[in-house]
Write a protein that binds this ligand. Structure first.
Ligand code: 5GP
Ligand code: ZN
Length: 114
């Protein structure tokens, strides 16, 4: 989608700090990190949110989750632990309408989140 920020990042039109790229997904650092490691993992193709990504049933959701774990390993936080979050819809505070997983780690996190 031409007016989608994360499509722009996936296409290379919008700059971002890439961490990992696979055939169908990319991982890049969040511009406003909430933890020492805060990386966003997105499918390169446009899906509005987790609901759309799950409904597609094309294996992309699994690829996004696998990339999140691979980044956690690469960042050295796989053993200490990490959190993967898909904010979905308004009550969850989703602000970018292109499905994305937040990978957060590098510090102890509170549960439940606010
Ligand atoms: P959401 O609130 O939709 O779950 O998460 C959107 C995330 O995208 C936020 O954590 C925000 O900091 C991040 N973000 C917004 N604009 C940009 C940008 O231009 N570049 C990068 N790397 N992250 C962004
Ligand atoms: Zn998009």
């Amino acid at each position: 989608m031409s007016d989608c920020l994360f499509c722009g990042i996936a296409e290379g039109a919008v700059p971002a700090t890439l961490v990992l790229e696979t055939t169908h997904a990319i991982a890049f650092r969040d511009i406003n990190p909430q933890a020492p490691t805060h990386v966003l993992v997105i499918p390169k193709a446009h899906y509005a949110d987790l609901a759309d990504l799950a409904a597609a049933g094309d294996g992309l959701l699994a690829e996004v989750a696998e990339v999140a774990h691979q980044v956690a390993v690469a960042e050295g936080i796989a053993d200490s632990g990490y959190r993967v979050v898909f904010n979905t819809g308004s009550h969850a505070g989703q602000t970018v309408a292109h499905a994305h997983a937040h990978l957060l780690g590098g510090r102890r996190m509170a549960w439940p989140p606010g």
